[in-house]
Design a protein around this ligand. Structure first.
Ligand SMILES: *[C@@H]1O[C@H](CO)[C@@H](O)[C@H](O)[C@H]1NC(C)=O
Length: 115
């Protein structure tokens, strides 16, 4: 009986280590600008097959060009690098899978125009 308990314990420890080896932590933030989170800072755990995501949000200006406004950081699954344009909004998405918090380095540092 004691042997069986030990076996279960080892099995538990083993799966815990396995889980920790795979889990990646990403930064989450609703309003990230110039390398800093101004609103909604937190962490999220990347799911298997998912990624840490960076979304640069651009807004249409009066001249009809898109101007960088802020960045959103999150975990997503699936994560697909993309550029999507809505009426007055453009969202540029990037994905990364390592290291932990890799998405915090991808946010735009300076205001820029994007085509
Ligand atoms: C643009 O950024 C400002 C902060 O500089 C923020 O308050 C505002 O909500 C953002 N606009 C949009 C449409 O997300």
């Amino acid at each position: 009986m004691a042997k069986f308990m030990l076996f279960l314990l080892l099995l538990g420890i083993h799966s815990l280590l396995l889980f920790q080896a795979q889990a990646r932590i990403c930064m989450s933030c609703d309003m990230f600008m110039n390398g800093r989170c101004f609103h909604g800072e937190g962490k999220c755990v990347m799911e298997e097959g998912g990624a840490c995501t960076t979304r640069d949000i651009y807004l249409l200006n009066v001249k009809g060009g898109f101007v960088y406004n802020h960045t959103v950081l999150e975990c997503s699954k699936p994560c697909k690098a993309s550029k999507e344009t809505y009426f007055h909004l453009k969202i540029s998405s990037f994905c990364c899978q390592s290291p932990d918090f890799c998405n915090r380095y991808k946010g735009k540092i300076v205001k820029q125009y994007a085509n």
